[in-house]
Design a protein around this ligand. Structure first.
Ligand code: ZN
Length: 248
């Protein structure tokens, strides 16, 4: 898939980077990425990926905008309250980059529909706000063989991790949270500026992975402390008895 003159001009600051070049930009154009959750994380990830020229972007969110979202979800404005996040995010993408083929799915993703909704993507980025959704998305990604980039922020803590086959996200959190569909942000709070920081790292990791920059990130979890302003990285051990990716 070659780049048009308009694309060469538009992505010139990418293409001039030796690590990206025309090949990297073509890889972005060919990429099919699903973003689960157009909330705080999605508000950083979706503009970054649309701006970067990701060819196909699926945005999954069943929610409508609430005024209590606006402190961390700059995709939306006051007048958007009550309207579908997936549809509004689609409009944002079209305004930012008409070359991106975006598809909104106004659906709540769960155990029953996750594999159907996520099939056909090269990468899934999960920025949802509850464990039941994250585990359903993770299990579907393991089944489909799609790498999963999971990003979350709560209070002053953030985390970003890439999971590919083994270990999976379930190896990390276990089985205790499958029915936990509470909105963590609503209960415990989250600093608005933190979600942008965490979402931006997720977007950077996604672009690097698609382009082929840097070392393999799968199995590592990047943790951010928003009070100390420190990142640290841990390695997630595979769980041999994991019911999603384990061999037992
Ligand atoms: Zn696992």
């Amino acid at each position: 898939m070659s780049l048009t003159d308009a694309e060469l001009e538009r992505y010139a600051r990418h293409i001039v980077l030796p690590q990206v070049g025309g090949l990297g930009q073509r890889r972005l154009k060919e990429a099919r990425i699903a973003v689960v959750g157009a909330g705080g994380i999605g508000s950083a990830v979706i503009p970054a990926l649309a701006g970067a020229g990701v060819g196909k972007l699926t945005i999954v969110d069943s929610d409508t905008v609430d005024v209590a979202n606006l402190h961390r979800q700059p995709l939306y404005r006051e007048r958007d309250a009550g309207y579908s996040k997936a549809e509004l995010a689609l409009q944002f993408v079209h305004r930012l980059n008409s070359l991106v083929e975006a598809r909104p799915l106004q659906e709540r993703i769960d155990r029953d529909n996750a594999a159907t909704l996520l099939d056909g993507h090269d990468l899934v980025i999960d920025g949802s706000d509850n464990f039941a959704t994250r585990l359903a998305v993770s299990d579907a990604c393991v089944t489909l063989g799609i790498p999963l980039l999971s990003a979350a922020a709560m209070q002053f803590q953030g985390q970003v991790g890439l999971f590919r086959s083994q270990p999976c996200y379930r190896c990390f959190v276990g089985d205790a949270f499958d029915t936990d569909d509470c909105d963590n942000c609503a209960e415990l709070g989250v600093l608005g500026a933190l979600t942008a920081t965490v979402g931006s790292l997720a977007a950077l990791l996604a672009v690097n992975r698609i382009v082929g920059v840097g070392e393999e990130q799968a199995g590592k979890l990047h943790l951010f402390d928003g009070e100390k302003l420190e990142w640290r990285t841990i390695r997630i051990p595979p769980d041999p008895s994991c019911r999603a990716c384990g061999s037992a």
